[in-house]
Ligand binder design. Sequence first.
Ligand SMILES: *[C@@H]1O[C@H](CO)[C@@H](O)[C@H](O)[C@H]1NC(C)=O
Ligand SMILES: *[C@@H]1O[C@H](CO)[C@@H](O)[C@H](O)[C@H]1NC(C)=O
Length: 455
Amino acid sequence: MPLARLLFLCSLGLVGAQQVGKVAKEEPPVVVVQRCVNGSGCVDEETFATLDANWRWTHDAEGYQNCFLEGEWTPTFCKDDRNMCASKCAVEGVDAQGYANSYGVKSIPGGLELQFVSGRGNVGSRLYLREGESYKMFKLKNREFTLDVDASALPCGLNGAVYFVAMDADGQKGIGDNEAGAVYGTGYCDAQCPHDIKWIEGEANLDWTYGTCCIEMDIWEANSMATAYTPHTCDMFGPYRCEGTDCGDTEKGERFVGVCDKDGCDMNVYRFGVKDFYGPGPEFAVDTTKPMTVVTQFLTADGTDEGDLVEIRRVYVQDGKVIQQANVSVPGFDGNSITDEFCKAQKAAFDDPDEFCAKGGLKKMGEALDRGMVLTLSLWDDEVTEMHWLDSHFPRDESISKPGVVRGPCDGEKSNPEYLRQAYAQATVKYTNIMHGEIGSTFSEGPRRLGSMFV
Ligand SMILES: *[C@@H]1O[C@H](CO)[C@@H](O)[C@H](O)[C@H]1NC(C)=O
Ligand SMILES: *[C@@H]1O[C@H](CO)[C@@H](O)[C@H](O)[C@H]1NC(C)=O
């Protein structure tokens, strides 16, 4: 991996406000992505899957003392001075063995396999594709994004998630004391404005005061029982460091007054009563016991790159067969894709506030896609709501006869992280054959055409 080695040597030159560890070489797995054009095939783009900074060893830049341990900042460097903490502490590289053994991130033909609990006990992972020293910016308006997913080993309560966020390409390198940047997985944000991010704008988030917000496009949130795809808009593109009501903290009763649309406009056909579309076994239209190709198309009003985004369409391919997303029906909408009309009708039918349209709807999402967004590959469990919003009934205190409350077939009783981490430590998800390009260029009826065979 000559590129990664070169970057590491360069970073050794930094002293003072240094934030790049010197202990391990950064050796992320290579992921080859294909960019496709109708008629002329696909070209390979070499990317690296970089582990988010939150997962990395954080220690004093000159030695081996922890700056963060067991969920807490350590007082030696990080008591109450967020700048001192940031200037004295480093995020460490992860070498090839570390990716596989410490974090359960393994290279497989065509992509990655993520293991839920690694051999060394780390839980879940979140990775971003980078090109050179920056995150790869995918520009998907009037384009489609395709990958193969194997979610067969993911039980109720886990979420193998593939999504785009409006991070800065350089991971906020050069802001505050951030000398690490995208190579070390810094700069994360999403539409939940997460507070658990250790470093925001080059400062340590010492008492978790701040959150970090940005527009988010969830391509794929799923396990073997349920799936959804969901655009989330925000007042700004992001990343935006929020404080107070701007963060929209649910536990403070501020969920719908923050800068981002936390609910999003989700398409989960089970919520509309379509129960035979996605699940484990041949009785389902999409059989989750087998790998599947997941296509997401971002269609504009006039079919050009300049047009406004007006529709997000999902298509599956499995066993060589193209499978259209199931139709759903609520008062005011019949169809099988996300449009502003779908969002309005869905929110009305389920009695949910329509923050998505209030924050700009698909047009705003399209602007974010046009500027470029960062691809995130992850596997996670959910301490707060135990993934009930995806695969069970939610909110828990609502009647299951209320439209939209039932989201999947799981009873949700065994979806707490404590149980899952022990019972399903070995669970994995596989993401392979990532492609993007013109509408219709990345898939077809028949056997999957891949790699150089396709060029
Ligand atoms: C969905 O509805 C459209 C329009 O009525 C119809 O043409 C299509 O066949 C339906 N799709 C499925 C999968 O039933
Ligand atoms: C690409 O080809 C597909 C399949 O022939 C077609 O449906 C689609 O409209 C084409 N896309 C563009 C951008 O020309």
